[in-house]
Design a protein around this ligand. Structure first.
Ligand code: SF4
Length: 69
């Protein structure tokens, strides 16, 4: 699965990090990012994290997270 986070929409409230701490974290500028450890060499994220990622995408108050694939 591919995860996109719109930096122009994310407001850094860390809801995604709280819901899926294995997948999301805030960077030094309080923007959400996907943790490097869960990104495969082709840029995707393993389906084992799908349930958490979808929960975070649905829980993001700004709807800044897109999930594809
Ligand atoms: S929940 Fe949404 S708005 Fe909040 S930090 Fe995560 S991506 Fe950004």
């Amino acid at each position: 699965m591919r995860i996109g986070i719109d930096p122009g929409v994310c407001e850094g409230n860390a809801v995604c990090e709280a819901l899926a701490p294995m997948v999301f974290e805030l960077d030094d500028h309080d923007q959400a990012r996907v943790i490097d450890d869960v990104v495969t060499p082709d840029g995707s994220v393993s389906d084992e994290h799908r349930a958490l990622v979808e929960r975070a995408a649905e829980g993001c108050p700004r709807l800044a997270i897109q999930v594809a694939g």
